[in-house]
Design a protein around this ligand. Sequence first.
Ligand SMILES: Cc1cc2nc3c(=O)[nH]c(=O)nc-3n(C[C@H](O)[C@H](O)[C@H](O)COP(=O)(O)O)c2cc1C
Length: 134
Amino acid sequence: MVTLTEEMKKAMATIKAFPVATASKDGWPNVVPIGFLELVDDETIWIADNFMLKTLANVRENPKIAIFVWGPETKGCYQIKGEVSLKTSGPDFDKMQETVRAKMAKAPAKGLLIMKITAVFECAPGANAGAKIL
Ligand SMILES: Cc1cc2nc3c(=O)[nH]c(=O)nc-3n(C[C@H](O)[C@H](O)[C@H](O)COP(=O)(O)O)c2cc1C
C-alpha cells in the first residue's frame, strides 16, 4: 500500500470528475467520468456506483483500476493505480449511500468500490513523465 502526499491530496480536492479506467479480463479498456470519488484515508479511495455498467462488470472480473488527477487548478498530474473490492451492504456501504444521497437525493448509490492504492506515477509532461513516484 502507498500513502499519498499532501500535494497529491490537494490536487485531488480540486477535481470535479475523475477519469476512472478499468479493463475486462480479456483486456478491453473502459474509461468513465466519476464525480463521487472520495479519498477516505491516505491510501484508500471510495467510488460510488450509481450508474456503472461496464465498469462494474470489469471490476467483478478484474479488480485493477486506474485514475488520473489533473485539472486546470492542480500543480502536477498523478496517475493512481490500485485494486478495488465491491461492497453492496455493511457500514461503509451505508455511509457512502448517506454521503451520496445528501448531495443527490434520488441517487441509486447501489454499490461502493473501495480502491486500495498500490502505486502512483507522474503524468505531467517532462523528463519524469510516466515514472513511478510512489
Ligand atoms: C460528470 C459525470 C460524473 C459522473 N459521476 C458518476 C458517479 O459518481 N458514479 C457513477 O456510477 N456514474 C457516474 N457517472 C456516469 C458514468 O460516467 C458512466 O456513464 C457509467 O459508469 C456507465 O458507464 P460504463 O458502462 O462504462 O460503466 C458520471 C458521469 C458524468 C458525465
